[in-house]
Write a protein that binds this ligand. Structure first.
Ligand SMILES: Nc1ncnc2c1ncn2[C@@H]1O[C@H](COP(=O)(O)OP(=O)(O)O)[C@@H](O)[C@H]1O
Ligand SMILES: [Mg+2]
Length: 342
């Protein structure tokens, strides 16, 4: 029976799966909803994510990763088991599974992810740090000899890593990312317009008129919120300039964190980064002008990866194809029988 191997990206917002020979097969909300009446699982994935926005009393919605950190391990295990179990159907026999996980995950958590993945039907499993996986997914070669800075801008964290020869030489993670940007937009509208908007609306605004620089030709959109004074629904316009104002501090925090990492990097790596440039991955890399704005401020070439939010899943796919090469770089792939000593 042929083995179709699986790559999983465990993100704060999305869980994305890559199947060898098929590419990305799904990208769903990394969430689960429980029925409060009997504590049973009600929904997993997008359906659970949608419930979170509506917060019905009958359900409790949990997200296993908050701010890039696994906040509820049993929930994470249940979601992983569900999806891997679904992918390991009769046509797929004990596949190899690569899991791209937040780089701050502890060894114990790593072991539990491996165990959960094996329990769900996997053969060989490896949990690999997201910056490496994303870099490979963006096309960086594993034996690239020069230091490259990869910045993954997701929903919960911005992870800044300097990668050389397939390992993370230097890394930092900050909580300023997609979710805090949504909060900043919501706060701005509250302060400037006296209107209360939900985080779903804030995200929609970020996606539609969000900008990391002041656009010369302003664009705007219509949104709906609730007036703080009257308590009534209110339709309002919001422009790209206003969203730029709302996000300015967030961009500054990201810029400062990059400068911090650059300053701490040894001289050799520093000059490598200046020469090689910076690669942006993750959904927030799609914020218009972020690459250009960072490049102008840093004086270094900054490139947005193609299809940035899928780099980690694609990178997991790359690793599946090149396990031998990865092993030569010190990565190990564990069988269920050999995980005890992780
Ligand atoms: N076109 C876009 N413009 C701005 N932000 C975007 C866009 N597309 C996705 N995002 C944001 O990217 C973040 C999700 O990125 P992703 O890399 O999928 O996160 P994670 O790995 O944490 O699950 C969210 O905050 C989402 O709102
Ligand atoms: Mg991610």
């Amino acid at each position: 029976m042929s083995v179709q191997n699986i790559g999983i990206d465990l993100g704060t917002e999305k869980i994305t799966a890559f199947v060898e020979g098929r590419g990305i097969v799904f990208s769903e909300d990394n969430a689960i909803a429980y029925d409060n009446l009997n504590n049973e699982t009600y929904a997993i994935g997008n359906k659970a994510g949608e419930m979170a926005e509506k917060t019905p009393e009958a359900l409790t919605v949990k997200k296993p990763i908050i701010g890039g950190v696994i906040s509820d391990f049993s929930v994470m295990t249940e979601i992983l088991s569900y999806y891997i179990g679904k992918l390991c159907d009769k046509r797929i026999f004990r596949p190899n599974v690569i899991v791209s996980a937040p780089s701050c995950i502890t060894n114990l958590e790593r072991k539990t992810v491996v165990e959960a993945t094996c329990a769900a039907g996997a053969g060989k499993v490896s949990v690999i740090d997201e910056p490496i996986v994303s870099a490979l997914g963006a096309g960086l070669s594993i034996d690239h000899p020069h230091g490259t800075m990869v910045i993954d801008l997701g929903a919960g964290t911005t992870d800044i890593a300097v990668i050389t020869m397939g390992t993370v030489a230097y890394a930092a993670s900050i909580r300023t990312a997609g979710d805090t940007m949504d909060e900043a937009i919501s706060q701005y509208i509250k302060k400037e317009k006296n209107i209360n908007i939900g985080l779903v609306t804030a995200k929609k605004i970020k996606h539609t008129v969000g900008c990391a620089y002041k656009r010369s030709e302003e664009i705007e959109m219509e949104a709906t919120g609730k007036n703080y004074v009257t308590g009534m629904p209110e339709i309002f316009n919001i422009s790209s300039t206003e969203v730029y104002e709302a996000l300015k501090d967030q961009i500054n925090l990201i810029f400062d964190a990059i400068v911090d990492v650059m300053e701490q990097a040894p001289a050799e790596l520093y000059s490598d980064i200046c020469h090689e440039g910076i690669l942006l991955t993750g959904g927030i890399a799609k914020l218009p002008g972020l690459d250009k704005e960072l490049s102008a401020r840093l004086g270094i070439r900054v490139k947005r990866a193609v299809d940035p939010e899928h780099c980690a899943a694609k990178g997991a796919g790359y690793i599946l194809k090149n396990m031998k090469e990865m092993e030569d770089h010190g990565y190990s792939f564990r069988m269920k029988e050999s995980i005890a000593g992780i």
